[in-house]
Design a protein around this ligand. Structure first.
Ligand code: FES
Length: 181
């Protein structure tokens, strides 16, 4: 049977003891207004999400930048300082030639003159370029600004303030050994 009557009529509502308050008035019975409560929840959630996103962003940034920084700034190399060192084979420095070797923190040029080895720092005392041995002129020559040095490192001419540092070199068996002077 079809129901008759107006369920929303004021008479019916008053008979139910209701003031006909609209159901969507936006208030939560016995608590905070609905909007106010949701805003609080949203604020807390947003704050949490910001922290998570910020943390993930920081991790990604650090993991990306760390290898780049490590590449740009290589770790300081620790060179073990020794009194003497086998640097190569005697055949590497034939008569009339010079060859540069690493010795401690210096680069040392070993020159063979008639079977006798001489060793001096190859680092020009002017601005640090590496010198060459020019056997025809019997001298070291710096290609940067023209400094010239004798076989034993003394200054011949040029802008350099000091002679080349001296070392010792000898052959043992088939090996070249450089030592401090
Ligand atoms: S660096 Fe050798 S002459 Fe200037």
């Amino acid at each position: 049977m079809a129901q008759t009557g107006n369920f929303k009529s004021p008479a019916r509502m008053s008979s139910l003891g209701q003031g006909a308050a609209p159901a969507s008035a936006g208030a939560v019975t016995g608590g905070k207004p609905r909007e106010e409560g949701l805003n609080g929840v949203d604020f807390e959630r947003r704050g949490f999400l910001h922290k998570v996103v910020g943390g993930v962003g920081a991790i990604v940034a650090v993991s990306t930048l760390y290898p780049v920084v490590k590449f740009i700034i290589p770790p300081a190399r620790k060179i073990k300082v020794v009194d003497e060192l086998t640097v190569g084979k005697a055949s590497e420095v034939p008569d009339g030639k010079g060859k540069i070797y690493q010795f401690n923190e210096d680069k040392v040029i070993v020159v063979n003159k008639g079977g006798a080895l001489t060793a001096v720092s190859a680092v020009c005392t002017h601005l640090g370029c590496l010198v060459n041995w020019v056997d025809a002129d019997n001298q070291y020559f710096c290609p940067c600004h023209g400094a010239k040095y004798k076989l034993t490192g003394e200054i011949i001419s040029g802008p350099q303030p000091r002679p080349l540092k001296q070392y010792k070199a000898r052959i043992e068996g088939d090996s070249i050994i450089i030592s401090k002077a």
